[in-house]
Write a protein that binds this ligand. Structure first.
Ligand code: CA
Length: 511
């Protein structure tokens, strides 16, 4: 049935734009790169000259959000243009590659398609003329890449450099006379944040400013924040902190030592050997975490610069859409956290920079609420293809061209499922508008309400506070409306959904 449907879609989507006009598309996505670690987004912690170039020459989006802030589900949402409960990937379940994806549709319409880097969807990619992917999370050094025909180990190489070079090789060797679509997915800056030697040395010992909410004690917030295990103070391991194991430890004993979460660390501070505990240790952990995180980001920034140079060399810059994004945001010590998952701003927000000189005015900016499910429709639209009805996102093309439709969305729906799971982050769903956010931790039956205008750091939970009854009721109504609109109103996904669930799609088609 799905094959027939796909065939129908492909027939209906025959290109209307002439081949010569169709833009190339390079979708560069890193893993866990928060917008607030990009210069163009006002970073206080690093500089990213190459990413900033995309913003300067193109458009910066300030309000792009993940619909489920975790790696595998976001990737599935990007490929399918569908929310997690529809595409079947709510957590780390395997993606059914026979599903309709933006890559398959572009390939069928004549695009030369490539997928290079982190895939992390558990199944072989489909819809790509060339793919070279990391197995699972992949490795920072000596990375192995799988291809359709075998595997290759890049001994002595750093993963970000290899992905960049494979991307450039894709551009160099692409068949001429056809537009191309390249998904170039970096592993960095995902945990365990292992930089290459040069970037590691550059950030070693550098003092990184602490975020205002590093010492958040979670007053007024739900039990979920109190119970989470993604805290800088107590959940970073010796491996995360790059503490060297005793030389005589080997095998399992060594692995166990590295997996420990240290409550004290003896280290050199300003030339003296000191043992750190408590607040001093938390500050030290934050520095170690951020130095490595930012060093891995810097390699990505360098790599983006090299890809832009390759486009210039080939004379392709003008009609190539270059996107830079990340599969979700990340906590950089905000609320005392690392990792993502929560619907709070730092984790929810995705960086989204788009350069396309043929269509986008340089230095432009959009505050429109956009979602990861919008990316696939946008690429199809830019290629002159009709967006299939099963895709739940909406094309950003009019916004890129400088005209936001008057009926553009003013709220978004979010849902996180992985509970119990890593970091004990409680499952929740919610709604974010331009000015407010309402979150429901459904397994705990607890709510949080934030005023994003007066409390952008989300420190004061207003739920249940006198004077907010009408606002709460309106947001609950909007949440219910959004759940109906995306076909997630029957709590289908309380437990892991099997792949290939067709029900909600069929229902959506009828509405
Ligand atoms: Ca991720």
């Amino acid at each position: 049935m799905r094959t027939l449907l796909l065939a129908f879609c492909l027939f209906a989507l025959l290109p209307s734009a002439s081949a010569a006009d169709r833009p190339n598309i390079i979708f560069i996505m890193s893993d866990d790169h928060a917008a607030h670690a990009i210069g163009a987004y006002g970073s206080h912690v690093n500089k990213t000259p190459n990413l900033d170039r995309l913003a300067r020459d193109g458009m910066i989006f300030t309000s792009v959000f993940a619909t489920n802030s975790i790696c595998t589900p976001s990737r599935a949402a990007i490929l399918t243009g569908q929310y997690s409960h529809i595409n079947g990937v709510t957590m780390f379940n395997r993606f059914d590659s026979s599903r309709m994806t933006v890559a398959r549709l572009l390939q069928a319409a004549g695009y030369y398609t490539g997928m290079i880097g982190k895939w992390h969807l558990g199944s072989d990619p489909r819809g790509f003329d060339r793919w070279e992917i990391l197995p699972g999370q992949g490795a920072y050094t000596d990375p192995i890449f799988y291809t359709a025909t075998g595997e290759k180990t890049y001994t002595g190489r750093y993963v970000t450099d290899v992905i960049t070079e494979l991307g450039i090789d894709f551009i160099d060797k692409r068949p001429r006379g056809r537009p191309f679509f390249l998904m170039l997915h970096h592993k960095a800056p995902h945990r365990p944040w292992e930089p290459d030697a040069a970037h590691g040395a550059r950030f070693a010992g550098q003092w990184i400013p602490e975020p205002e909410t590093l010492w958040d004690t979670y007053e007024t917030r739900s039990d979920a924040l109190h119970e989470n295990r993604q805290r800088i103070a107590r959940d970073l391991t010796r491996r995360d902190l790059k503490l060297p194991p005793p030389a005589d430890l080997q095998g399992a004993a060594r692995a166990d030592w590295l997996a420990e979460k240290p409550e004290s660390v003896t280290t050199m501070v300003e030339g003296k050997r000191v043992t750190l505990t408590g607040e001093a240790l938390t500050r030290w952990k934050y520095q170690r975490y951020m130095q490595d995180y930012l060093a891995t980001v810097q390699s990505v920034d360098d790599g983006v610069g090299r890809v832009l140079e390759a486009l210039d060399r080939h004379g392709l810059a003008k009609n190539t859409i270059v996107v830079y994004t990340s599969d979700q945001g990340f906590f950089l010590g905000d609320h005392g956290l690392f990792d993502k998952r929560f619907m709070y701003e730092e984790s929810l927000r995705m960086p989204f920079l788009v350069r396309w000189p043929a269509a986008i005015k340089a230095g432009s900016r959009s505050d429109a609420i956009a979602l990861n499910v919008d990316f696939a429709p946008t690429f199809l639209d830019a290629a002159g293809l009709r967006v299939p009805a099963e895709m739940q996102g909406r094309s950003l093309l009019p916004i890129l061209r400088g005209k936001t439709p008057s009926d553009w969305r003013t709220s978004m729906y979010y849902r996180y499922y992985h509970d119990p799971g890593d970091h004990d982050t409680r499952a929740h769903y919610g709604v974010r508008t331009r000015t407010h956010k309402l979150i429901y931790f459904w397994k705990k039956d607890q709510w949080e309400l934030f005023d994003l205008v007066n409390d952008p750091s989300e420190m004061h939970n207003l739920y249940g506070q006198p004077g907010h009854e009408a606002l709460t009721a309106a947001l609950k109504e909007e949440l219910a409306r959004l759940k109906r609109a995306v076909g997630d109103e029957d709590q289908l996904a309380d437990e892991q959904l099997p792949n290939g669930v067709d029900g909600p799609v069929a229902r959506l088609r009828g509405t």
